[in-house]
Structures are given as structure tokens and as C-alpha cells.
Design a protein around this ligand. Structure first.
Ligand SMILES: Nc1ncnc2c1ncn2[C@@H]1O[C@H](COP(=O)(O)OP(=O)(O)OP(=O)(O)O)[C@@H](O)[C@H]1O
Ligand SMILES: [Mg+2]
Length: 228
């Protein structure tokens, strides 16, 4: 049981848009184990970001069962969820998650500190991601791709057990994405993290243990030319 990081059964989630209630997740089920990387694909608006935000506790489901690290989300209060996000669940948001008033190096140190970790191998992370030159720059002085790699370094700096990544290579050109993908996976494999990765990048998806498609509110195995 300890190996199961996420267990979701029959999750439903809708949004109210004015007078209209839009149902986004409909009976979604998912199991994610330690050491397993799962890619999620699906068209824009299919609910991929919504799903990630259910798994990190930023959005509650309307109904259904959700357990993270064996704990029932219905029993987890705001404070417990916040603690999990500081220490065990890293989310790489689609629009980046760097603190604008801190340099890259300080962003990394800050994230490690929040997780209760001492001075961290931030420099090594920057080297691995080929962004050492950005250490003393502020996020608005970086390119989109550099910002994304800095956000990746921050996520790993907290030494999470579960990583939820929303298009982690979305701002990278093909060549950089191809270089960053193995680094991303090395870090995941080395630490036996569970990873749920929303991506349209075939390089990234191909390296995952499974690829699922979010279709009509639920996850299905994705059979495509990807696996060929
Ligand atoms: N806060 C909100 N209020 C109302 N509707 C929302 C809200 N957030 C998302 N939606 C709607 O829910 C649906 C799913 O949104 P979501 O962001 O999860 O999609 P996505 O699969 O991540 O899309 P993309 O690939 O464009 O990032 C969309 O139709 C979106 O317009
Ligand atoms: Mg999204």
C-alpha cells in the first residue's frame, strides 16, 4: 500500500461559468505508484491542469475518492495539504512558479528551505540543466525555456516524492527539450519519484511508463504511434 502514491476513484469536478455548470472530470480513476512516471495527454480544455490541481489539493473534487500517500483527501485539511505541497508534492505549473523577487539561486534555496532541507546542491542542479549562468538573475531576466528549467531545479530542490508537471518542456525548443528530458527522467528515476506529466512532447511521453489520454473527463490508455 505504501507504494501507492495516488489512488483516485470516480473523481468528478465541474466549474460554474456564469449560469452554466461545466463538467470537466467525469468518473476519473488513476493509480500512481512510487517510481512510476505517467504521461497525460489530451486536447486543450480537456481538464489536465484541473486534474493536477486536484492531486495537489488546490482544488477539491466534487465527488469521488482520492487518496495521496494513503491519506484520504476528505480528511486532509488546508494546513496538511499545504504541508504536503511544501515537503512531498512538487507541482510544476504551466505558467511557471518562480518567485519574481528572488534570483534563481535564491528561489532554489527557498524551496529547499520550505521543505526543511539544508543548503542544497542547487549548483549541481543548475549545471545539470545547463543554466548555471542564470543563478544570479531574476526570473524576468530569463528566457521562457530558462525559466522552465529553473522551475524544474526548484521542484527537485525540495526532494519531493511526487511530482506533478504541467507541460514541463512547453517553452523549450525541440533540441533543448531533447536535452532536458533525460535529465528530468534521471532525477525521477534516481529518487524513485512518482511523476504525473502533462505533455505533448513525444520525447517526454515516450520515456514514461504509461501514457494516458484525458478524454471526456476520464483517463484511458493512449494508443498512438508514440510507442512505435
Ligand atoms: N476556474 C475556472 N472556472 C471556470 N472554468 C474553468 C476554470 N478553470 C478551468 N476551467 C475550464 O475547465 C476546462 C478544463 O480546463 P483545464 O485548465 O483543466 O484544461 P487543460 O486540459 O489543462 O487545457 P490546456 O491544455 O489548454 O492547458 C476548460 O474548459 C476550462 O475553460
Ligand atoms: Mg492546462
Amino acid at each position: 500500500m505504501d507504494d501507492i502514491l495516488v489512488q483516485a476513484r470516480d473523481l468528478n469536478r465541474s466549474y460554474r461559468n456564469g449560469r452554466e455548470q461545466v463538467s470537466v472530470l467525469r468518473g476519473l480513476s488513476l493509480e500512481l505508484r512510487r517510481g512510476e512516471a505517467v504521461a497525460v495527454v489530451g486536447p486543450s480544455g480537456s481538464g489536465k491542469s484541473t486534474l493536477l490541481n486536484l492531486l495537489n489539493g488546490l482544488l477539491p473534487p466534487d465527488s469521488g475518492e482520492l487518496r495521496v500517500f494513503g491519506m484520504d483527501q476528505a480528511q486532509l485539511g488546508e494546513a496538511r495539504w499545504a504541508e504536503l505541497r511544501r515537503t512531498r508534492i512538487a507541482t510544476l505549473f504551466q505558467d511557471g512558479n518562480l518567485i519574481p523577487t528572488l534570483t534563481v539561486a535564491r528561489n532554489i534555496a527557498f524551496r529547499a528551505g520550505l521543505a526543511g532541507l539544508q543548503e542544497h546542491a542547487g549548483q549541481a542542479l543548475l549545471e545539470r540543466l545547463d543554466i548555471t549562468a542564470t543563478a544570479n538573475r531574476y526570473p524576468d531576466q530569463l528566457s521562457g525555456g530558462q525559466r522552465q528549467r529553473a522551475a524544474l531545479a526548484c521542484a527537485f530542490a525540495m526532494e519531493p516524492e511526487l511530482i506533478l508537471a504541467d507541460e514541463p518542456t512547453g517553452s523549450l525548443d525541440q533540441a533543448t527539450a531533447a536535452r532536458v528530458a533525460p535529465l528530468f527522467f534521471d532525477a525521477i528515476r534516481e529518487r524513485a519519484l512518482g511523476a504525473l506529466i502533462v505533455t505533448h512532447n513525444t520525447e517526454l511521453a515516450r520515456r514514461c511508463d504509461r501514457v494516458l489520454e484525458l478524454r471526456q473527463g476520464a483517463l484511458e490508455p493512449w494508443d498512438s504511434a508514440l510507442s512505435s
